[in-house]
Design a protein around this ligand. Sequence first.
Ligand SMILES: *[C@@H]1O[C@H](CO)[C@@H](O)[C@H](O)[C@H]1NC(C)=O
Ligand SMILES: *[C@@H]1O[C@H](CO)[C@@H](O)[C@H](O)[C@H]1NC(C)=O
Ligand SMILES: *[C@@H]1O[C@H](CO)[C@@H](O)[C@H](O)[C@H]1NC(C)=O
Ligand SMILES: *[C@@H]1O[C@H](CO)[C@@H](O)[C@H](O)[C@H]1NC(C)=O
Ligand SMILES: CC(=O)N[C@H]1CO[C@H](CO)[C@@H](O)[C@@H]1O
Length: 745
Amino acid sequence: MFLLSTFYLMITRVLFQDEASPASLTDLCLSLLSSKLSLFCTKRPDGSLSLRESMFFPQELADQLLCKMASEGLLNDSTVGIFRSCQQLRLRRACIRTARISAEAFQRTLCPHRLLELDASRVNADLTIADILRGLASNKDLQESLQRLVLSGLTMSSLEEPACRCFSALRGLRSLSVANVDFYDSGLADVCALLRLESLDISNTSVTNLTPLLGLRSRLRCLTMHQLKRLEMTTAQLLSVLSQLEGLQHLDISDDKQFTSDIARQLLERPGILPVLVSLDVSGRKQVTDAAVKAFVEERPGMTFVGLLATDAGFSDFLSGEGSLKVTGEANETQICEALRRYSEREGFVREALFHLFSLTHIMEKPRPDILKLVLLGMKNHPTTLNVQLAASACVFNLTKQDLALGMPVRLLGTVTQLLLEAMKTFPNHQQLQKNCLLSLCSDRILQEVPFNRFEAAKLVMQWLCNHEDQNMQRMAVAIISILAAKLSTEQTAQLGAELFIVKQLLHIVRQKTSQVTVDATLKFTLSALWNLTDESPTTCRHFIENQGLELFIKVLESFPSEASIQQKVLGLLNNIAEVGGLHSELMDQRFLNHISSLLHNSEVEVSYFAAGILAHLTSRGETVWTLDLPLRSILQEQLHSAILQWPTPECEMVAYRSFNPFFPLLECYQTPGVQLWAAWAMQHVCSKNAGRYCSMLLDEGGLQQLETVSNHPETHIDVRRLTESILESLQKHQARTGHPATPL
Ligand SMILES: *[C@@H]1O[C@H](CO)[C@@H](O)[C@H](O)[C@H]1NC(C)=O
Ligand SMILES: *[C@@H]1O[C@H](CO)[C@@H](O)[C@H](O)[C@H]1NC(C)=O
Ligand SMILES: *[C@@H]1O[C@H](CO)[C@@H](O)[C@H](O)[C@H]1NC(C)=O
Ligand SMILES: *[C@@H]1O[C@H](CO)[C@@H](O)[C@H](O)[C@H]1NC(C)=O
Ligand SMILES: CC(=O)N[C@H]1CO[C@H](CO)[C@@H](O)[C@@H]1O
């Protein structure tokens, strides 16, 4: 029962996050299951997890669950244990890309399954190809059943053991990828003895000679050899081997522009070669012309794809990529998108395609979530490649700027934002990259509505701010921080503000602006950020005081006497300081108090309100009040009282509070009605402007009892009583309307 309701709550929460593009229910359930796996499992003595006995999964869901756990980085020796039982979770198409598991766990949990496919691309280095082949060979059924094996980016074998030649044991294998593997001629000879092999990917391996491929002459349908860096064959020898692979339908001889071989030109011009070819990739090759491609395609009407990125070709109409012939290239959007889709694993091509995409973004007037998704794919696949991240972050900015962001689903923007943060973290000192990311982040839609880790973002932006003085960027950074700070939890703001350098840096900016006597957006954002960071955070308040914040803020008040928006923020922050009892003695400064009491009668209610708040906090406590002389204290009290009675009703919400806890002690000061009056006025103000939020908050925090006590107390001043009764009335209305319980749960 507990589990079911948790499931339901979590699912509805995720669903409502983004109605524009809800994830499928299956996907949500699998996400929940994989992130809360231990709730559904017991632990074996060896520490691995085992699903509770009553749980069984349809076969396709088992594959999907494994894939999800791998792609979300949740697969390890402990969690993969749930797949040890082939009855509960039967795998057919196993994908453990980028997972971190040991050879032993691999053999023990995955090899008992009768797999059709295994994709182990880029798993951790200590699970080698030799380990995988040994594991697969341990199950006779599996040797027959396995048809597709992807080992891209793996280590062949560890140093201690000889390279194992066990490919030939996989008798059922039809498709194999050893791309980006330290794979040599001997390995190729072994592989070419696989009699059923139809598809082979040896991209970026150390193969020098392709002659062994002739062993697969009658069977090979698909050959991918992108960037074969060590090939030692002349163009004539290479063409001679290729021309004998008569059944070949897909051929990829693209490379990354470093090689000067004219193999592509010669292949295109050789009459009758590869008659049944339907797809040819020559991206990155020299001397390719539209005319040669045209002749080649016309001779083979079944062609569905030509790869022409980073060649000089692709600009003729018939290569536009619009019809049944797909084309990768840089001539137009269609070609560029095709390139991003097909080459997402090839960093050089991803960078190239993003570069061309960027130059197209200025003519994009409509939101293009489809294109943003492709950019994201490249970013995700190459997190540590600077050039990819640079080009991608520039594209993200131009694809999401201003109104364009409004047309993007929030979930997509959330993923993009998280990737931007990753990039900021990976390249902390790269000015342009940081700039691109800040530009993208500085969007109302993203900062206000999109789900991402705001605490991490605030920290990253703050770190950047501490190391740079570029004025435009500084403004953007403090704008971002001030918005993020208002959205963090009290604990997070406190944690952020507790980092000494943050307060120091923000005060440094305020000091600069004050000495230049400039009121600009940077100053306003910085003050807002400090205001929010000191809210209910005594540590941050202490840092503020220790860094001479008080003197500085008095100077700000004196420097900008007619700027209500500056004064409001400064006084708002000083209210936060005044809430910290331990800092009262720091504020008991005659010059400071004189200045604040002069602001009590300011014509702007938001200035007067915050000035009054400071005085209310300071005069509320016995222990510090005695340091004031009695006349001053009573003058403050009287002035406070009469100022509050004169305030008009402000038009909008002047302040946002996270809780009413700082107000409750003020309500108990029966000897100083001005203090009580201020607290009640503040409550009344926010409750009337935003009843939904503040009436509920007040009820949850026990405000009803507190206010009733005040209202019934014999010593309560008539003005205070009037206000508390009005708040009580609002609370009752709110309860009647919403059914909100009257007492804290
Ligand atoms: C395995 O991953 C889970 C989920 O991320 C984690 O809670 C657990 O600590 C990890 N266990 C090991 C042994 O790494
Ligand atoms: C090419 O393969 C080697 C391993 O042989 C790998 O280290 C390198 O990263 C690969 N290059 C690319 C661009 O993937
Ligand atoms: C792509 O280019 C061709 C001409 O080469 C043009 O007809 C087509 O409209 C272009 N497509 C796009 C999406 O720009
Ligand atoms: C990207 O956006 C910036 C800012 O709006 C604009 O100045 C620039 O022209 C755009 N770049 C391209 C290539 O569209
Ligand atoms: C809780 C808090 O201090 N919120 C403030 C954060 O900054 C904004 C912008 O200045 C204020 O409106 C909030 O009241």
